[in-house]
Design a protein. Sequence first.
Length: 349
Amino acid sequence: MKQTDSSLTSSRKDDHILLCLESDVQYSGITNGFDDIIIEPTLLTQFSSEEVDLSTTFLSKEVNYPIIVSGMTGGSENGRVFNESVARICSEFNIGMGVGSQRAAIEEPKLVDTYKVRHIAPNIPLIANLGIAQFIQGYDHVQAQKAITMIGADALAIHINPLQEFVQGEGDKNQSKALKKIVDLKQELDSPIIIKGVGTGLTKEDAKTLTQLKIYALDVAGAGGTNWSRIEYYRNKEVKYLSDKFLNWGISTKNSLLNAVELAENKSVKLIASGGVWCGFDAVKALLLGADYVGLALPILRSIGKGGIDDCRKFLSTYILEMKAVLAMLNISNLEELKKERHKILDKI
Ligand SMILES: Cc1cc2nc3c(=O)[nH]c(=O)nc-3n(C[C@H](O)[C@H](O)[C@H](O)COP(=O)(O)O)c2cc1C
């Protein structure tokens, strides 16, 4: 029997979860780049780490930390269970959360519930998600609004992932109309738009073009964390001779951030640093470089997959403890101060 588009989308989402839980899906030979940034711990800290205040606002809501769990899943029973766990954690920590691509639910209304988390997390900033590939194939503001309304989201993230689509057997190989589609959507949609990659990074030219559109936020999704070319390579038996060099191609998260910081600041576009930002230490470095928020995906999936909500709670608590301790040892007690001091700290390097 031929699989329908929606059942194909649904089983692809399950493949992704399984591969991310059980296989090596990271970049090899390329890191997030943050090890290049040396920061020095003072002995004479003026603050207790517990005093450090990481609260900020995201999508006009107060959040306790500048941390976002990036969109991952939905569209299958596993996805529903996972989204509900993430929502519980994000509500507990009061941080932002994205769901994975809602294409499956737009195509098959029975799957809508696998994305809904407002009953669990009524107050957090919540981000809907669709791929640019769907817009290129005919979606417009109607489906975009549907995705937002479906989950009571505060914004829509549109992911652009040409490299992943090129390697994916069933992928959409022509993304040449991506920019035009974003321009149209920006004009037609009232809700904030976040543009994100999925882990190959951002060139300076990309950053320039996208920040000029005055979207709400740009997620640099740099290389050094989850490697989507590798994930699709595992799924697609037809491309087994692809080179390792190609499969590990990307701009590190640090370099992607550097490509975007000034441009985003000038246009008042918020900047999200994601792509292997998997410890509090690197999160602080991302903020020092000019990110407004950090986003993370794989460690959240893995901690929930291996040890459930308790393990994820431990992971995030440790991540935050690390961020606070690092900031205390840089003599910074809140994010406003960090923004003021960041150039001085980086100049010392
Ligand atoms: C299991 C899984 C599924 C994902 N699915 C989506 C998706 O549907 N839409 C999207 O924009 N990004 C998706 N991503 C990409 C993440 O949002 C993120 O951009 C990327 O994994 C880099 O972050 P990381 O290195 O912390 O994992 C997914 C990531 C994972 C691990």
